[in-house]
Every structure is written in C-alpha cells, then in structure tokens.
Design a protein around this ligand. Structure first.
Ligand SMILES: [Zn+2]
Length: 94
C-alpha cells in the first residue's frame, strides 16, 4: 500500500478571482471585490442553510450577467421546485 501525501489546502476551490471585464457593474455604492468566496445564506422560502459557492457566483455574475448587488436567497432545492412549477405552467398554457 502506498500512502500519498496530499497537500490540499482546506479552502481550495472556495475562492475564485473576479474577472472585472466580465462582470456587470452598475453600482456606485461599493467596489468590485477581488475574489468570490463561498457565501453561506439562509433560504428565504424554507429557511434551510446553504452555501452559495464562489463557482456559482462567478457563473452568475460573469456568464448570466447577474447584477453585482444580487445574491442567492433561495436554496437549490426550492429553485428546482420553482422551476418545475414554471415549466408546468408553461406546458399548461400550450
Ligand atoms: Zn429552500
């Protein structure tokens, strides 16, 4: 048996650099942060505690072009439920 030594920092992957050229920035009230960091939050629908990861934030702000002032307030489970409801509504209309 071989034992590999792992040098794994505890917070690896939980911090991502912000691409200033990709984010939509239209607020004069605060500065663009240098890094995205994992952000714990409480779901406003079911009160479950969840973490909005740095990766999800990067995707939201840079790919979806979400406003920098928006932040996750609904857990993944509730979002999926909402989405399912919406899909249902759309299919009902057709
Ligand atoms: Zn929830």
């Amino acid at each position: 048996m071989q034992r590999k030594k792992q040098h794994k920092p505890l917070f690896e992957g939980n911090k991502l650099p912000v691409n200033r050229f990709k984010v939509v920035f239209n607020s004069t009230f605060f500065e663009i942060p240098e890094f995205y960091v994992d952000k714990p939050f409480k779901c406003k629908l079911c009160s479950k505690k969840e973490v909005w990861t740095a990766k999800q934030q990067k995707w939201w702000y840079e790919e979806v072009k979400g406003d920098l002032e928006t932040t996750a307030v609904i857990c993944r489970e509730c979002r999926d439920k909402k989405k399912a409801q919406k899909d249902l509504l759309i299919s009902n209309k057709i």
